[in-house]
Design a protein around this ligand. Structure first.
Ligand code: ACM
Length: 542
């Protein structure tokens, strides 16, 4: 039976959706016949692609039961999957690849290993969905349709964020999340490690950050809509916490690196820092002993702007830099309410002595200190768009802006010559509801962001000219976890919206087609089923 969506796709003249590769490759032509994977298929690599060959063999073994040989040359008579670096393919870029499947062989060629890795991810999607099973599946014919693919990404920043402060996520889930990013050819994992409600990364020099800052007494449950009427708030009376040791972090960074994903850590400052202030009260403005925050929202307790608080954060970042090879280090910067600075003698003296206009400029001055410190250490600061509020003077030229309150921050930053990552709430906030019938959805913070709106997103703001548009590195999906308390809650909010955003970030704008995507998605969901990914069924689907 042909589905309505398939009819629409055929009428639209789009490419063969039976292949259901997501994100959609740039060029894909169907050939004749199929390549049949058998226990005698050999994986042939060169030195630079050897690990990718082993990775492919590891991925093929559980479901097929085949232990494919990986080597420099196939055994005589064996059909081969070759994975090679090809210096003539510079035109495909560092992440592009060619994938040629004929009945006789599979040939992967790429300019760099990342491209070869993405070819392997495409190959997995060309195999039956059962290839993702973790034990042998009987009765499946492991065929790959003959196809010629040339493919490369539109954007270099294809990201997904995860808030582990509001709800701590176990290390094993973080790895699963990274696997899912890689499956969709995403290459940045933005790890939101610190916030008011919990500090989640071990810092050897300041152990109280995790022993105190990693735990909160209880959490607000249910709807916090009656913000003003705090007597209506309901708490669970259950302590919540956890943190990643530096060994855990190294494990996750290595896991991501093997999947060509850069882990971008976020250490929030000066706002969203109450867990740190609870651990070290002298970091705050009032001297008061605070507790790690137990409800959600924007909090008045922010770091003080003293040299010692700045040095404290630079000490933290020193350990962060040793753990994360990422060029970009996220220092937050969002929602830092300035009420405490307005009444703080220390902050006011600082503003006067530095000749600053106001408290927003004081935050900019702090951000500039961090950005020049990071630049001096060979890294680049990335921050939410509030880092622009006190002007961009002093911000290191390599600082990057994440535009979340709409697109204006991204436009302003790109026009000022800074790179930007487009993360507007309107299209990339996966903590928003997926249906307008919120009563029938898992509790969320609010908002409405349907799958189609994610898919329809165009990351280049129209106000940018072509030179400015080059500063748009790409886009990324956000998942804040105030109400997403478990990995399964997170998966439900993220999928399939992240699948749609992956195509926004990878596929050329002219080739996006919602009907074609929907058809491919219906098959892709069977892969997510096998991978035990909880997702929201698209509207109109089965
Ligand atoms: C944010 O959503 N506060 C960046």
């Amino acid at each position: 039976m042909i589905t309505l969506l398939a009819c629409v796709a055929l009428v639209a003249g789009v490419q063969d959706t039976a292949l259901s590769v997501i994100p959609r490759p740039v060029h894909l032509t169907r050939g004749r016949g199929t390549f049949v994977l058998t226990a005698r298929t050999a994986i042939v690599t060169d030195r630079a692609t050897r690990d990718i060959g082993y990775q492919l063999a590891d991925w093929i073994r559980p479901a097929t039961g085949y232990r494919l040989a990986v080597g420099a040359a196939p055994e005589a008579g064996a059909e081969a999957i070759s994975i090679r670096i090809d210096p003539t393919l510079a035109r495909l870029g560092d992440e592009g690849y060619g994938l040629s499947v004929t009945p006789a062989r599979i040939a992967i060629r790429a300019f760099r290993p990342a491209g070869a890795f993405y070819a392997v991810e495409t190959l997995r999607q060309l195999l039956p969905p059962d290839i993702f099973r973790a034990a042998p599946v009987a009765g499946v014919s492991w065929v790959v349709p003959a196809v010629e693919i040339e493919d490369w990404p539109r954007f270099s920043w294809r990201g997904a964020h995860l808030d582990v402060s509001r709800s701590f996520m176990p290390k094993e889930f973080v790895k699963k999340y990274i696997d899912l990013l890689a499956l969709h050819k995403l290459n940045r994992f933005h790890w939101h490690l610190t916030d008011d409600q919990g500090w989640r990364i071990e810092i050897k020099k300041y152990p109280l950050l995790t022993s105190i800052g990693g735990w909160r007494r209880q959490s607000l449950v249910g709807v916090q809509r009656a913000y003003r009427d705090t007597t209506q708030w309901v708490y669970d009376n259950i302590p919540h916490g956890g943190f990643y040791t530096q060994d855990d972090v190294r494990e996750i960074v290595a896991y991501a690196q093997a999947r060509f994903i850069t882990v971008v850590p976020e250490i929030e400052m000066p706002g969203h820092a109450q867990a740190a202030i609870a651990a070290y009260p002298w970091l705050g403005n009032t001297g008061q002993q605070l507790e790690v925050l137990t409800h959600w929202g924007v909090d008045a307790n922010i770091l003080n702007p003293s040299d010692s608080a700045i040095h404290f954060m630079q000490d933290v970042l020193t350990e962060v830099l040793a753990l994360f090879p990422s060029h970009w280090i996220h220092t937050g910067g969002d929602e830092a309410v300035k009420d405490q600075w307005k009444t703080s003698p220390l902050a006011q003296t600082r503003i006067r002595e530095l000749g600053l206009r106001d408290e927003n400029h004081l935050q900019s001055w702090m951000t500039a200190r961090m950005s020049e410190w990071l630049a001096a250490h060979g890294r680049a600061l990335i921050g939410w768009d509030e880092i622009l509020e006190g002007g961009t003077e002093g911000l290191a030229p390599n600082a990057v802006v994440m535009s979340w309150r709409g697109i204006d921050g991204g436009v302003a930053a790109a026009q000022a010559g800074h790179d930007v990552v487009m993360t507007p709430t309107s299209n990339t906030y996966f903590d928003y509801y997926q249906s307008q019938d919120a009563a029938r959805e898992p509790l969320a913070i609010g908002g409405f962001l349907p799958l189609e709106t994610v898919y329809g997103y165009e990351p280049i703001p129209p106000a940018l000219d072509s030179l400015q548009a080059r500063h748009v590195l790409g886009t990324q999906g956000q998942i804040w976890t105030e109400y997403q308390r478990t990995p399964k809650n997170v998966e439900f909010m993220v999928f399939p919206r992240l699948v749609a955003l992956a195509e926004v970030a990878w596929t050329p704008r002219e080739q996006k087609n919602l009907a074609d995507f929907s058809t491919r998605l219906s098959k892709h969901l069977s892969r997510l089923d096998v991978l035990d990914v909880t997702y929201r069924r698209p509207a109109g689907g089965p």
